[in-house]
Write a protein of this length. Structure first.
Length: 276
């Protein structure tokens, strides 16, 4: 009798563990993003930020946070946060030079972050950004341009997101009639149709929506296009030249996934973590 009860407990524990595991997998899939046919990721909660004087890394407290012009103060002794980095400077984030040869080796900014499950954050490749934004199922319906608390940016919805019952309108690129050609989307009118308060944005954020703000860029120590465009690095070199690497260029009139950018240019970083 005792042996029978023990066996029942073991079976129950195994079943409970199996159900818990399935729930975890389902939860992960709901808020995840396909970057290849068999690969899904989650995004970090905000752009990468670095404090040179304190030598501290963090994710931005909010997805819509943009440091902007203060990036011009970048130096190893700067007592403040920056969020625009030259290509591959995960080991020297406050390093500034106008010589592309100083940026030939890519060191991922993700090396400075460890996830709760002890896995590594990383930067997407150009090919992965392309799949996410252009090639996954219903890609253009899962993208939109708009504002959060007055900050312009691009919304990226998880694979399985359903915004129809949120009680808040969402106008996708498909709804706006965006034209897809090669590795880009084009919007003729550049209208900003999604305009959300912080409270409204929190509704979207709860279902895993990602927001990439228009951070602008830094040319050595001069910032440009803050609030008008966003520049985000990939981990890939431009194979045609040593001068440039590939980045993601976003604005209210276009999204270009294979934008060649000079390596010394300061661009934003949004990291991902693979789902096992």
């Amino acid at each position: 009798m005792l042996k029978h009860r023990t066996m029942k407990k073991i079976v129950l524990l195994v079943l409970c563990g199996f159900i818990w595991s399935l729930e975890g997998i389902c939860a992960a899939k709901i808020n995840s993003f396909s970057i290849a046919p068999e690969t899904r990721v989650i995004f970090s909660k905000g752009n990468v930020q670095y404090h040179p004087k304190k030598n501290l890394w963090r994710f931005a407290p909010n997805q819509y946070d943009v440091i902007g012009k203060a990036n011009e103060k970048v130096s190893p002794s700067y007592n403040g946060w920056i969020d625009l980095f030259a290509w591959g400077t995960g080991d020297k984030p406050s390093f500034v030079t106008n010589n592309y040869k100083d940026y030939c080796e890519f060191v991922d900014w993700g090396n400075n972050f460890t996830a709760d499950d002890h896995t590594q954050w990383r930067t997407l490749t150009q090919k992965e950004w392309r799949y996410l934004l252009l090639e996954r199922e219903h890609a253009s319906k899962l993208l939109g341009i708009g504002k959060v608390a007055g900050v312009l940016g691009v919304f990226i919805l998880p694979d399985d997101a359903d915004v129809s019952d949120l009680g808040i309108d969402f106008i996708s690129l498909a709804d706006q009639g965006a034209v897809q050609k090669w590795t880009r989307y084009s919007l003729d009118k550049g209208q900003v149709l999604n305009n959300y308060t912080i409270k409204q944005w929190e509704v979207f954020e709860k279902i895993g929506v990602v927001f990439l703000p228009f951070t602008g860029k830094r040319d050595v120590k001069t910032t440009e296009q803050i609030g008008d465009s966003g520049y985000y690095w990939t981990s890939d070199n431009d194979p045609t030249t040593l001068l440039r690497s590939y980045g993601l260029l976003i604005s209210n009139t276009k999204i270009n996934i294979t934008q060649p950018i000079s390596k010394q240019t300061g661009c934003a970083i949004r990291l991902v973590n693979n789902i096992k």
